[in-house]
Design a protein around this ligand. Structure first.
Ligand SMILES: [Zn+2]
Length: 261
C-alpha cells in the first residue's frame, strides 16, 4: 500500500478501532468525554479542502469523529466543503493565523480573530481553535493569548495549549512523515519530544506506525494530526506532494539550522 494514500489512511483508522481505540474530536477531549483508549483526530486544512472531504467521508463510514481546522484563505475556506463536513457529523474549528495576517499588531489581530471566529460560527458552533504554524512566518500565533483570553469567547480549547501532553502522545504528519517534528519550527511539543523518542516512539512511515500499533507499543491516549492535502489516491497528485515535500524538508532543515545557530 502506498504511504499517504487514502487507502492506508483508512487502514490506520480501522487498525486503531480493532485495537480498541475510539476516534474522537478535540472538543470531546476538552469536555472530558474521554474513553479508556482514544485517538483525537485532528486535521489542519491548510490547502486542497476537497481532500478533507474525502478523509471526512472515510471517517464517517467507520463511525469516527474528527476535528477539521479551517483557515480564512480561499485555499482552505470553501463554504460548500465546510458544510459537507459538518453534515457528516465532524467538528469544525478555526485554524487561526491572525497575528501573521495583521503583521504582528496584536490588537488588530484580536479583532481579526473575533471577526473570523464569527464567520466560522455561521457554519458550526465553533468551540476549539488551533494555530496555523507557517514555518516562514516570523509570528507565533499563540502570542495573541499572552494578552487576550480565548476562553472569554466561549472557546474550550487550543490543542497546543490545552492538551496534557504528559498523558497524550502527539503524532503529526508534518513533513509528510511521522518524525517530521525534527524539521518543524512550530508543529511539535518541545517538552515531550525527547521523552517520547527515549521510549522508542519515533516512526517515519505509516507502515512503521501500523506495526507498533499491531504490537501494542502505542500509548493509550494519542492526538493524531494530519494535513489531508497530503493524503490522496491520485497518483499524479501523490507524486507532486512527495517531490515538493522532499524539497521543503531540505529547506526547513537549513532554516532550523540557521535560526538555532
Ligand atoms: Zn496549518
Amino acid at each position: 500500500m502506498r504511504d499517504f494514500s487514502l487507502d492506508i489512511y483508512r487502514e490506520l483508522l480501522e487498525s486503531f478501532q480493532r485495537k480498541g481505540y475510539e476516534l474522537i474530536t478535540f472538543a470531546d477531549y476538552c469536555h472530558g468525554r474521554r474513553p479508556e483508549k482514544y485517538v483525537i483526530l485532528r486535521h489542519d486544512v491548510d490547502a486542497r479542502p476537497q481532500n478533507s472531504l474525502k478523509t471526512a467521508q472515510i471517517e464517517h463510514s467507520i463511525g469516527a469523529k474528527a476535528t477539521y481546522y479551517f483557515r480564512v484563505g480561499k485555499e482552505s475556506n470553501q463554504p460548500e466543503i465546510i458544510r459537507a463536513i459538518v453534515k457528516l457529523g465532524h467538528e469544525i474549528g478555526y485554524h487561526y493565523e491572525d497575528l501573521a495576517l495583521c503583521k504582528g499588531k496584536i490588537d488588530a489581530a484580536y479583532d481579526h480573530f473575533q471577526t473570523w471566529l464569527e464567520y466560522f460560527r455561521y457554519y458550526y458552533a465553533v468551540e476549539t481553535i488551533c494555530m496555523h504554524g507557517a514555518p516562514t512566518s516570523r509570528y507565533d500565533g499563540r502570542k495573541l493569548w499572552e494578552k487576550y483570553d480565548y476562553k472569554a469567547l466561549e472557546i474550550v480549547g487550543e490543542p497546543y495549549l490545552d492538551t496534557d501532553f504528559s498523558d497524550v502522545f502527539y503524532l503529526t504528519d508534518t513533513g509528510r512523515c511521522w518524525d517530521g517534528y525534527k524539521v518543524s519550527v512550530r508543529d511539535k511539543i518541545p517538552e515531550y519530544q525527547d521523552v517520547w523518542a527515549k521510549q522508542g516512539l519515533t516512526f517515519h512511515t505509516t507502515e512503521q506506525l501500523l506495526e507498533a500499533l499491531e504490537n501494542n507499543r502505542l500509548p493509550q491516549h494519542i492526538m493524531l494530526t494530519t494535513h489531508p492535502q497530503r493524503w490522496t489516491n491520485q497518483i499524479m497528485l501523490w507524486w507532486k506532494e512527495r517531490v515538493l515535500q522532499t524539497i521543503k524538508n531540505i529547506i526547513k532543515r537549513l532554516w532550523i539550522h540557521l535560526i538555532s545557530h
